[in-house]
Design a protein. Sequence first.
Length: 447
Amino acid sequence: MDYDLVIIGSGPAGYVAAIRAGQVGLKTAVIEKDDIGGMCVNWGCIPTKSLLESAKLFQRIHDASQFGIDGVEIPRLQFNWKAAKRRADGIVKRISQGVADLLQKHAVDVIRGTAAIVAPTTVKVDKRLIEAAHIIIATGSVPEKVSYPVPEHLVVEIREFMALEDVPAQLVVAGRGPTAMELAQLIKMSGRVVTLVITGPSLLPGLDPRLESFALEQLAKDGVNVIPDATITGHYEDGIRVGDRKIACQKVVNSAFRRAVLPPMKLELATHNGFLQVNEKWQTSQPTIYAVGDVNGHAFTAHVASAQGLAAVNAIKGIPPTVNLAHVPQNVYSMPEIAQVGYTEPQLQDMGTTYKVSEFPLTANAKALMEGYRAGFIRLLSEKQYGEVLGVQIVAPNATDLISEAATLMSMEGTVYDLVKVVHAHPTISEVYMEAGFAALDQALRQ
């Protein structure tokens, strides 16, 4: 055997698995046909969130006078997309190089080229055959290409959109999910006109209806034109048609539901809806081949991909996997941010669980008011008899950071009684946890 383990793909699933493999003494190689770091680092998570931070700051500057800052001439403010993109590109380069350095540090070979699986323990890269005791597929996913009845030049994929040096004045985002909302807000906050065509019954599938309602209300406040449960039906001289409506635009950004990117294979692996089927050890139908990250369709976030990559390598070493998807945060990097972990109300109702909802608004939180934020809340879903925390939803600045406290609590089967014992620093936004915990005990402090 040339290697103990060959990993196809160097995104968050692949490179984390490779680092772990190096740590436990497996001779490992990563095969990458594009840039180190995969979609997340190069044209997904990192650059989009970097641009979002620029757009959020741009919006915050408009409120400078409310903080006692004079001299900001609002009419002269402009969002420089090219400069913001240059900043994002710099962050991407630094992160990508950091990943490459970590792979080298852990003695992981990086092989450039397109991998094809030709046997249960054999991978072909160009004309080279590589033997490995185990193979991990970590090739990710991309938005499904949709054949809209419009000229081909109108539609851009997210990767193409992220490569633009400037953005047109009028755009349409077509799709659903966190990325669709984030792109719509990014475009709007940067000073463009945007229409979000939601191509399904909900904008944020899998999130609690309370979060969905907030997201739609926020987009309306932002001035995003939202067309729910619709599809593009045609085009006209200045844009597209959605049903009988005419929407002026120069580009349509495709943010459709994702499909797996499968490497070429000479053997057949079981799939479900186009994604590779895996067992609790993240093995495919061929025991020597594993599939982690988006390619297996269990989740579509970088942190889940990394957790699965770690678990797959641990399984190879005989260590039981420990990824509990029920305790994995789901984040939307909107403004304000949206985050959720655990069960939703509909899920608890379907399970027949008796639960209690405790909600606390940001308008009663001192730190949020200091920072100029009013929109937001925390919702705690707790089991009624013993108080175990079953689900948490947060809308707040840095909600995507705050949610980790809930994930930690739930991973230890924590209760609202445990939560109220934790002393949260004042003034902080994290105090909303304590407030919601006391509310669950009918002992609300500030309501």
